[in-house]
Design a protein around this ligand. Structure first.
Ligand SMILES: *Cc1c(COP(=O)(O)O)cnc(C)c1O
Length: 431
């Protein structure tokens, strides 16, 4: 398998290089040179395959023998350990629950698969690998959980102070051992900028072997395509199936495009977004203009410059018209989001989290133009992760699962810095 940089089609690397060194120096993103079409007998008989078998078929086709089949099976067995069930709410509305992993958000799929791949590729190396990651909420916890106690790997997580939920913060700052947290007085985009700069810093590079765990790492994206197949197998294939993806950095949606490109019969996609409207404005105008992010109640989607946009463009065929023909987008405010949590509860007696609620609103909007389609909204996190918000919207008090509650009692440990590269660098030089 070869991957190229979206900023330079001639810059080719193998999977190991792309996974361990996720940022090409030209600041592009790695993407496979070839996306294979899956066997039609596999696609037509999806229902006969287990989730793990599906993950194997998809990844084995994509990586084209880069990892021996036996090792790939182990990697999948150690990462895909929880289901992705589809819950039908009505004739045309389904919820794909992606929150059955250890940190109860979809990022567990990507983070665990990536941790397994990195451990596989660094086995036997005598230098420690340092994973530097910026999080807008859920990434950090999933990455920390995936890598906790992984031999030869250390994780440094940057998060925006006060911009993530108390529970998310506990999931970043209470691990100890090989997991370190840095609280930045700034917004998510500041954290991401600090990480990007550190990756290109010569002094730091001589001291560290860096790797990235953000959604830009192709190892995060590949496993996110698995659950589109897993969902599809549970859906009515005689209908036009549309996936609604609550989006921030657009890794999840790009993984859906990858599944579609590999032959999965997805009619089209809906990008559900909050007040961070960069993508919607692009769909409307054809002009991509990054902006500062604004905080919302669906905070894992507070991204003003979605990092996977170059990949999304590439896999779509690189023109605005091609993107528009496959992806529609709708944006909603916080008050609409809270009303939607109420509406889903009252109509279906289902408790949805704020990110899924934005998805539900996008479903309602899109259904106006595709009344006969079958919609599946990705529920990207367990509502218990956002109980402060959800409890305000519904009459019942949401029960926070034990797996989450256990984080609340542990002491927080984090380095606090200003949004200042010098200060960040100095911290890294002295850690
Ligand atoms: C990360 C995240 C998103 C956004 O996913 P992207 O792949 O960045 O678009 C949506 N919802 C939740 C709960 C998340 O954690």
């Amino acid at each position: 398998m070869k991957l190229f940089s979206t900023n330079n089609p001639n810059k080719l690397v193998d999977l190991k290089e792309a996974v361990l060194n996720a940022f090409p120096e030209d600041r592009g993103l790695y993407w496979p040179t070839e996306i294979p079409l899956l066997r039609s007998d596999f696609l037509s008989r999806l229902a006969e395959f287990s989730f793990n078998d599906i993950a194997f078929e998809v990844s084995n086709a994509l990586i084209q023998g880069t990892i021996p089949e036996k090792d790939l099976i182990d990697i999948i067995e150690n990462s895909i350990r929880f289901p992705a069930p589809v819950v039908g709410l009505s004739d045309d509305l389904n919820i794909l629950e992606l929150f059955h992993g250890p940190t109860m958000a979809f990022k567990d799929f990507g983070a665990r698969f990536m941790a397994q791949l990195m451990s596989y590729f660094t086995k036997g190396s005598d230098r420690k690998t340092t994973i530097l990651v910026a999080t807008s909420g859920d990434t950090g916890g999933a990455v920390a959980s995936g890598f906790f106690n992984a031999p030869g790997i250390e994780v440094i997580i940057l998060y925006p102070s006060g911009k993530i939920s108390p529970l998310q913060e506990q999931q970043l700052t209470t691990w100890g051992n090989n997991i370190k947290a840095v609280e930045v007085n700034g917004v998510f985009d500041d954290c991401q900028a600090l990480v990007k700069q550190a990756f290109l810093d010569k002094d730091l590079k001589s001291r560290y072997t860096f790797s990235s765990a953000n959604s830009i790492n192709i190892a995060r994206l590949i496993p996110q395509s698995f659950y589109y197949f897993e969902a599809y197998k549970q859906l009515d294939r005689n209908k036009s199936n549309i996936f609604v993806v609550p989006s921030g950095n657009f890794g999840n949606l790009t993984a859906g495009l990858l599944a579609q490109k590999m032959g999965l019969d997805i009619h089209s996609f809906v990008a559900a977004i909050n007040s961070n409207k960069t993508f919607l404005d692009y769909i409307d105008s054809g002009v991509y203009e990054a902006r500062p992010s604004v905080p919302t109640v669906s905070n894992a989607m507070d991204v003003g410059d979605p990092s996977n946009f170059p990949r999304l463009l590439n896999v779509s065929g690189s023109t605005w018209n091609m993107v528009k023909s496959n992806i529609r987008s709708y944006s909603f405010t916080d008050s609409q989001t809270i009303e939607a949590i109420k509406a889903v509860y009252n109509t279906y007696h289902y408790t949805i989290d704020p990110h899924g609620a934005v998805g539900y609103l996008a479903y309602l909007s899109d259904k106006e133009i595709s009344p006969y389609a079958n919609y599946t909204v990705l529920e990207t996190a367990h509502p218990g992760k956002f109980s402060e918000i959800v409890n305000k919207a519904i009459p019942e008090k949401i029960i926070v699962p034990e797996a989450l509650r256990s984080f609340m009692d542990k002491p927080k440990e984090a380095f606090n810095i200003q949004n200042n590269y010098k200060e960040f660098k100095s911290l890294l030089m002295h850690l």
